[in-house]
Design a protein around this ligand. Sequence first.
Ligand code: SF4
Length: 312
Amino acid sequence: MTQHVQVEPTAPPRWPALRRVEYFWMIMGKCNYRCPYCVYGLSDFDRRKVDRYFTAEQWLSRWERMHEKYGEGNIILTGGEPTLYPEFSEMIETISKLHWLAFDTNLSWEPARLKEFLSRVSPRRVRIETSFHPTETAPEPFIEKARMIKDAGFGYINRLVGHPNILADVPKYRGMFAGAGLTFVVNPFQGQFDGREYPQAYGGAERALIEGATVGVEGENANAPHKEFVQQILNRESPKGRLCRSGYQHVRIEDDGMVYRCGEYSTQRWEPIGHFFDDGLELWHEPKLCRSERCEWEYRWLVDQAERFHNG
Ligand code: SF4
């Protein structure tokens, strides 16, 4: 007698158990600063004046949906200045119960508001990264607030853009941050200044200053990815034709809800993955080849860079 074996219909592909999706979320372009090197201010369309497209409630419902679909992820929240978003504190408190979250801020908050925020969220669920913009704020009050973050037990790092006009003051700022026990990183400036294109136009001494500027990090291992990131911006290796995990393990969500695999694809409007508010949104199921000639910090998602950036 022939035995009929019941064949189960093919199950939809399951996400690898170890995959944890990183969402780079550009919540809103609006910003209260006007830094001379800001990429959002360099074209006729100034994104720093653009208010939110979606309410906190709308975003929250989608983060719940992503949690149901892909489990807990890592959110990297940025803007503009994300803390200008209405109901920012309440929203972060709720989202951070679903997903681990890091955000960057120019730290223009009032100390009382910062204190209240720090008491609301857990340092185990939220990391705070600051950008010090010396054309917009003095270092002393900034460092005082940064210390509040550190003293409350939060993971912390500060960044400064290595604009040619600012570089001469880097040793002074580095000393001030290091003196307060705060991590300080200089990101290379990318753009035009004085008729020259950066970061290519940096001289040897300027490069050395940028490369040597990371201080106060908790140990070499924590420091390593930042150094590699700076190296990638300075060296400008092309990722074109290489397999990349963006779209699959890392995606970029724009303020208008469009989802792309990364920043370069978003800028070029290449191959949108979908819309964040579409119930049918599916991330890619595998790494795909990169078609871009350039890549900045997301270079770490290239398959061949996993070991270098400790994110395999
Ligand atoms: S290497 Fe960079 S530019 Fe290319 S797909 Fe990956 S993240 Fe995007």
